[in-house]
Write a protein that binds this ligand. Structure first.
Ligand code: APR
Length: 268
């Protein structure tokens, strides 16, 4: 805490109070929470889209035209993605679920680090890298099966064993719709939430970046922890422009202190 500005310490305290006293708090995360785990984000200073044009490497139209472009980018990022471990930011959010402070996480991340850190109620609105589907016959492959294929066959894009068509990871590319269950569940809990903690997202990609508006329109409050400003900063109750891996554990520590004080008061 000693490297923080006084204003940040006050914001951490206020955020902890807000979360501790919430009735239905949820968390919305973006790629920024995983950069400390070695996975590049998309729009930060060394983001993926700084090197690869999203229209060419990240859209379903370009994937269908030439899947090898996507797979060339994926091959470079896959080792970090597949071997990444959760960082203190992920573990802090897992603690929030264990402390029953939050009801769910909505994540734009495909890295499954929230689940690895111990969170259970996780809505992956942009899919994940756990399944690879054949665009021809819909055959489905696990991550392990895909890695074995890439080692054995070397060529990109990896083709289906049965019909030879290219495989696509179960992630949502630009131009694709979100998985229905996660999409409608996220809107529902955003409307229900009286506090939404937003961590590590530039809040620039619809429809996910609109979710906090549901919380606000129902009278809920938002807390933003991000190392860059976002379009919702002036509507947020609290904004902390710092690293998620630094701030989130401090918020959990503060909540544990409030909880202990609360419990000692009720016992005396
Ligand atoms: N702590 C706090 N903020 C961080 C950290 C960190 N350690 N590292 C990066 N950030 C910030 C960046 O400054 C940026 O504002 O996190 C934000 C990440 O924003 P994006 O890279 O745009 O990622 P995200 O918001 O998740 O993007 C949404 O866009 O390309 C699509 O499908 C992709 O899910 C992704 C979606």
């Amino acid at each position: 805490m000693d490297t923080l500005q006084p204003i940040e310490k006050e914001s951490i305290r206020n955020a902890s109070e807000l979360l501790f006293n919430s009735k239905y708090a949820i968390v919305l995360t973006g790629a920024g929470i995983s950069t400390e785990s070695g996975i590049p984000d998309f729009r930060g200073e060394s983001g993926i889209w700084k090197k690869y044009k999203p229209k060419i490497y990240g859209s379903i139209q370009s994937f269908l035209k030439d899947p090898s472009k996507f797979w060339k980018m994926a091959e470079e990022i896959a080792p970090t993605l597949f071997n990444a471990e959760p960082n203190p930011g992920h573990y802090a959010i897992a603690d929030l679920e264990k402390l029953n402070i939050i009801k769910a996480i909505i994540t734009q991340n495909i890295d499954e680090l929230h689940q690895k850190a111990g969170n259970v109620i996780v809505y992956e609105v942009h899919g994940n890298i756990n399944r690879f589907t054949c665009l021809g016959c819909r055959a489905s492959y696990t991550k392990e099966q895909l890695l074995r294929k890439l080692k054995k066959e070397k060529n990109l894009p990896p083709g289906c064993n049965y019909c030879g068509a290219p495989l696509k990871p179960s992630v949502v590319l630009f131009g694709e719709s979100l998985p229905n269950f996660e999409k409608y569940m996220s809107i529902d809990i955003a409307k229900k939430s009286d506090v939404m903690l937003i961590a590590g997202s530039s809040l620039t990609v619809t429809p996910v970046c609109d979710l906090p508006l549901y919380t606000l329109s129902e009278g809920g409050k938002i807390i933003i922890v991000n190392d860059e400003p976002t379009y919702l900063d002036e509507r947020a109750e609290i904004v902390i422009n710092n690293k998620t891996e630094t701030i989130l554990p401090l918020i959990v520590e503060e909540i544990k202190k409030i909880k202990a004080e609360h419990e000692s008061k009720t016992h005396n």
